[in-house]
Write a protein that binds this ligand. Sequence first.
Ligand code: ATP
Ligand code: MG
Length: 230
Amino acid sequence: VELTGPYDLEVQDVHYTYPETTKEVLKGVTINLQAGQKLAILGRSGSGKSTLAALLRGDRKPTHGKITLNGIPTSEFGDEMADYIGVIQQQPYLFHTTLLNNLRIGNEGASEAEIWDVLARVGLKETIAQLPDGLQTMVDEAGLRFSGGERHRLSLARILLKDVPIVILDEPTVGLDPITEQAVIDTFFKQLEGKTIIWITHHLQGIEAMDRVIFIEDGQLEMDGTPQAL
Ligand code: ATP
Ligand code: MG
């Protein structure tokens, strides 16, 4: 499947039950998201937010209902979904290889110049330029050589290199102190300007910058409106 923009996302009466379980985790979720909209998804722990993200990303298929991108069911995309939707996880994953290779995952053609440019945009250029091995620095298991905030920025750098139109941020700042958290969020929103953003978050701080807010409660939408309506 090859698409051109704008990239409108439609979630139509989506239900989901994890394999080998009986509890329905999503119970008829409907969301129409126009290209360029900034949506916050709020909800308590266990309400189904990350499950919805996995379905949007095409990592899981709805047990009922459908999700379409420009009218085409995401089930028809397979791995190509990664060209349209990027996810910044709660715990960004880094691989046990060089920084350069980590940033080139999914961006095989990226030149070093492009990579440095993106690192500057996420505020990591100096940090990495100062490492004795620079982009050839080995990342250990789980990327523990880097702080939480740095890992989130590397994850953003990867997505910026790929230039996907839709980005899901799944509680991208969990575990950061409030000042670093604000800095990381500010960088994310500035660098992702113009893209469709789906921001999964636990708290209300920062949501006034969003176009729309959805509350998920026990697998169902309890509210869909503007931040001002809260
Ligand atoms: P949090 O705010 O804590 O991240 P969440 O809203 O993202 O919560 P989900 O991770 O979507 O919640 O989980 C929703 C429900 O699905 C929970 O009851 C959870 O236990 C269950 N669940 C999540 N992942 C799986 C899985 N792989 N297999 C079975 N059940 C799962
Ligand atoms: Mg979650």
